[in-house]
Design a protein around this ligand. Structure first.
Ligand code: V55
Ligand code: FE
Length: 486
């Protein structure tokens, strides 16, 4: 099997292909709190076959799910590819059949019309099911215990009629509902969006169809007690681009950003749109209400953060404009103005924001994120990380005091996205742990680190050795043991 000799496929970023079960991982330092009983699920793109074209972007690899099972102070690991329709068809053929990211015009004739999803972006448990997600396709359902793929194109018993389902659904901790949406919901590059409410027992109870101002990557969203909030940012795409063989998305600095605010119990006629000058924002830390105001907190950059989705007018990628800092977007539902007010929340440069999910949808005090600390040395032969950014620091911001708490992982490592684990029995915000994978970029290995969530600077309380390299991933979530029992 010969993968391309390009940065996306070599060195630390070489495909892995390891499916594994390791019952006892070595604790190299510290100790795993014995009361932790649950699983940290996460997913990474990991191409099964060399791409049809000469190279491919990291976003297009086949989803490989890792489960870290915590119990009685032991951590066990399982890792399995998601058996998407794409994965199964290509395995039968013994080669790649699907071409470029979100471009079916580049696919083999034998797979025209097939679901192209890779399930490589997020994994979470809801209503006893493990959802593996890619925003261009329906959810894939896996067994939370065995990681066996149970349904490669789940449609909630026929209730989901959209072609797509977001990779960033949210769980409202007060109702147990899963809130989600689909974009390009009636077909590739369409402006059709659907919003879904899914009950705690996994049934679609509400759906609202509407159109966004222009077709773009709708990667994430926010919710509050009464609203769902959708940001429209000009990472745009079109059939013209696909026909021309361009990347699906490009960044169009000529377009404004919009914020759509939809009442959770409302209809399409109730959505209100706000606007602001162009900028870049992808992941959402949290949203909350304060009287008639809706606050929406995002890492925000001046310009494009995705060099692989280049400027639509050909402007060169500007790394300093890709530096994102946590910013609060505020709209007032009682005002006549359609403006979005934007104000900085913290100075750390980075992405992958997380919260104590017990505070999703309400005002949170703490945020955790990956940080790119440019003042620290980097000592790598290639000098890069998978995203092109060197996420060398784990950070916590305190929105009450403005203080930050950071941990630098060293000159030869980087971090993957963290997740918050509540301390069993606790209710106070931040009372718990942060779990995070460390990429050891010189020796091509990985470690799992556990921090006291409120004392990052003190360093990890447990360092867990992993017997092989874990690929750079996207997102993951903690599920307490009882949550995965259907
Ligand atoms: C992202 C990741 C994706 C994707 C769209 O912003 C957006 C992250 C791993 O795939 O398809
Ligand atoms: Fe994401």
């Amino acid at each position: 099997m010969k993968f391309p000799n390009t940065p996306n496929f070599t060195g630390f970023f070489a495909p892995s292909g390891v499916e594994a079960e390791v019952r006892h991982l070595p604790v190299l330092d510290g100790a795993v709190p014995p009361e932790l009983d649950g699983s940290f699920y996460r997913v990474a793109p990991d191409p099964q076959f060399p791409p049809l074209a000469g190279d491919d972007i990291w976003f297009n690899g086949d989803g490989m799910v890792t489960r870290f099972r915590f119990k009685d102070g032991n951590v066990a690991l399982q890792q399995r590819w998601v058996r998407t329709d794409k994965f199964t068809l290509e395995r039968q053929a013994g080669r790649a059949l699907f071409g470029a990211y979100r471009n079916p015009l580049t696919d083999d004739d034998s797979v025209q019309g097939e679901v192209r999803g890779t399930a490589n972006t997020n994994v979470l448990v809801h209503a006893g099911k493990l959802f593996a997600l890619k925003e261009d396709s329906p959810p894939v359902i896996m067994d939370p215990e065995t990681l066996e793929t149970l349904d490669p194109t789940y449609d909630f018993g026929g209730a989901m009629t959209s072609q797509t389902f977001s990779a960033h659904p949210k769980i409202d901790p007060r109702t147990g509902e899963m809130l989600s949406f689909g974009y390009a919901a009636k077909g590739l590059c369409t402006r059709d969006m659907v919003y879904y409410t899914i009950s705690a027992d996994g049934k679609i109870t509400n759906e609202v169809w509407f159109e966004i101002p222009y077709y773009c990557m709708m990667h994430d969203f926010g919710f509050t007690e009464n609203y769902v909030v959708f940001h429209v940012v000009p990472i745009v795409g079109s059939w013209e681009r696909l026909k021309a063989g361009l990347p699906h998305f490009g960044f169009d600095r000529g377009r404004p950003v919009h914020l759509g605010v939809l009442p959770r119990n409302g209809g399409a006629e109730d959505i209100r749109w706000f606007s602001a000058p162009t900028c870049f924002a992808s992941h959402v830390m949290n949203a909350h209400e304060d009287g008639s105001k809706v606050h929406f907190d995002v890492p925000m950059a001046k310009g494009n953060m995705f060099p692989f989705f280049p400027d639509t007018e050909g402007a060169p990628f500007q790394p300093h404009e890709a530096a994102a800092t946590m910013t609060r977007w505020t709209v007032d539902m009682s005002a006549n103005s359609d403006d979005i007010h934007m104000a900085p929340l913290a100075g750390l440069v980075g992405e992958f924001p997380r919260i104590d999910d017990r505070f999703a949808g309400v005002k949170n005090r703490y945020g955790w994120q990956l940080v790119q600390d440019m003042t620290k040395p980097v000592d790598l032969p290639g000098g890069r990380s998978a995203s092109g950014l060197m996420m060398n620091t784990l950070g916590r911001i305190d929105l009450e005091t403005g203080e930050t708490d950071t941990y630098w992982v060293g000159s030869t490592s980087s971090f993957q996205e963290p997740a918050f684990i509540p301390r069993p029995g606790s209710t106070a915000e931040g009372d718990g742990y942060i779990v995070v994978i460390e990429n050891r970029l010189v020796e091509h290995t990985s470690r799992l680190l556990l921090f006291n969530a409120l004392h990052l600077a003190a360093g990890p309380i447990a360092t867990i050795g992993l017997p092989f390299r874990i690929r750079q991933g996207l997102h993951g979530n903690w599920a307490p043991a009882q949550a995965s029992v259907a």
